[in-house]
Design a protein around this ligand. Structure first.
Ligand SMILES: Cc1cc2nc3c(=O)[nH]c(=O)nc-3n(C[C@H](O)[C@H](O)[C@H](O)COP(=O)(O)OP(=O)(O)OC[C@H]3O[C@@H](n4cnc5c(N)ncnc54)[C@H](O)[C@@H]3O)c2cc1C
Length: 410
């Protein structure tokens, strides 16, 4: 299998995509088109072309190509997956009760944890807990080694983003290798949001989960209307995340000595500012100044910064986070920052892990250059600013109140 994005110095126009065609290696034989069940490949001028809106990344074209003209991108190939361990199961908790179907997922988590010699952690999130000991005892019966209660009075259970922010933060801090969800109505809304924030994949509606010879989670699920069963692995990202619908697996009580399961209760807060701080805390700090092309963290200032001096403040935040400072065209035109730092249509396109937009309105010309950042945080006084439409976390506030506090929090 080809996993590489560099070859003979050629720059293929789709090399940033997860799978792409090397044009000078393709003779238009159509072998890839013949195996593509999604009709995602066309042959034009004797060269295969992938329609990325249709492609499901099934990789059949990669296997079928006789000329090695289909390649998998190198992106994230080297992500370090060795630091992750343990299996987590998210336990739904409403009206002072856990959802009993989550015990089915916990039972499966137990088998996976046993095979990998990991701990099995049941994570329960709620506004407040009165009966933690009873809940823990119940989860212990189904094999949990640890039960973690995350308590937050402000959670609105109609708003999955709150739970996603709390869970994603814990995942980023603790690095579990596997996270499982019940594929209930709520779990189906929650799990992809968590996956998006932590930057991993999610296999929804699995019908089988097992560990392969390389200790990877194999996630089995029907596809193409149930015609085939796909076995999906997540080799380059962590955690490996799956959801399973109710009643696919059985809940099984385990013969374990009572009282061995640990219980922890953690108070968490979810106001926007806290969310920002939590995410920033997880950033790996690097030394030195970076250019915006390579920075994992970008602090971008717009006209709302108000003056050239204001960029010193943004620079201090960027330095603390090992990131780089960028600007909108408005501030570049004013000479507050150099053109090399301009993001947008007539500036640079960036794709950092975290993009903090301070005093940026979010004009389309700017969004073009930064919309692919993994987490977008916007600080703006005006709640109607378009930047909030694409922000993962929006803080409606004066940047001169927020940025100094963020700097102090490091
Ligand atoms: C052909 C073309 C190409 C362009 N290319 C680019 C490009 O590459 N990059 C680019 O960025 N733009 C580009 N532009 C310009 C773009 O359309 C916008 O004008 C520009 O992005 C606006 O910059 P801004 O967000 O900094 O300023 P504004 O739109 O003026 O927004 C300032 C924001 O700051 C907020 N604010 C004010 N004070 C504070 C405070 N104290 N705390 C918090 N928030 C505050 C305000 O509420 C406001 O939302 C281009 C335009 C054209 C026509």
């Amino acid at each position: 299998m080809n996993i590489d994005s560099s070859h003979d110095g050629m720059q293929d126009k789709n090399a940033d995509k997860p799978i792409y065609i090397i044009e000078n290696a393709c003779n238009g034989c159509g072998a890839c088109q013949g195996v593509c069940d999604s009709d995602a490949i066309e042959i034009n001028d004797n060269i295969a072309q992938i329609d990325y809106d249709r492609c499901t990344l099934c990789m059949m074209c990669l296997k079928a190509c006789p000329g090695e003209a289909v390649k998998l991108s190198k992106q994230n190939k080297d992500a370090d997956v060795s630091n992750y361990k343990d299996v987590w199961v998210y336990i739904e908790f409403r009206n002072k009760k856990i959802n009993p179907a989550c015990l089915q997922i916990l039972s499966t988590g137990y088998e996976l944890a046993k095979k990998l010699k990991y701990h099995l952690n049941a994570v329960v999130i709620g506004n407040s807990f009165e009966n933690t000991e009873d809940i823990k005892n119940n989860l212990e019966e189904y094999g949990a080694d640890a039960v973690t209660f995350l308590q937050c009075p402000d959670i609105n259970f109609n708003y999955a983003e709150d739970i996603a922010a709390i869970l994603a933060h814990e995942i980023l801090l603790n690095k579990p290798d596997i996270v499982l969800f019940l594929g209930s109505n709520f779990g189906r809304v929650l799990a992809p949001r968590v996956a998006a924030v932590v930057g991993t994949g999610l296999t929804a509606d699995c019908t089988g989960l097992y560990i392969d010879d390389e200790n990877r989670l194999v996630q089995v699920r029907p596809t193409y209307g149930g015609k085939i069963l796909a076995s999906i692995v997540c080799p380059y990202h962590r955690p490996q995340m799956s959801s399973v619908r109710p009643n696919i697996f059985e809940s099984k009580k385990r013969k374990i000595s009572p009282g061995r399961t640990s219980l922890s209760i953690k108070d968490v807060r979810i106001d926007s500012f806290e969310k920002v701080k939590k995410i920033l805390e997880t950033v790996e700090k690097k030394d030195g100044k970076m250019s915006i092309d390579e920075a994992e963290v970008i602090v971008c200032g717009g006209f709302g910064v108000g003056s050239k001096d204001g960029f010193d403040l943004l620079g201090r935040l960027a330095n603390k986070m090992g990131g780089a400072v960028a600007g909108t065209r408005a501030v570049v035109d004013l000479g507050w920052i150099d053109f090399a730092h301009q993001v947008g249509q007539t500036g640079k396109t960036v794709r950092p892990g975290i993009y903090i937009a301070c005093g940026v309105s979010g004009a389309i010309h700017h969004l073009i250059g930064m919309k692919n950042a993994r987490i977008i945080i916007a600080v703006n006084k005006d709640p109607r600013s378009p930047i909030f439409k694409i922000a993962d976390i929006g803080v409606v506030a004066d940047l001169y109140d927020v940025v100094p506090e963020l700097i102090d929090s490091f």
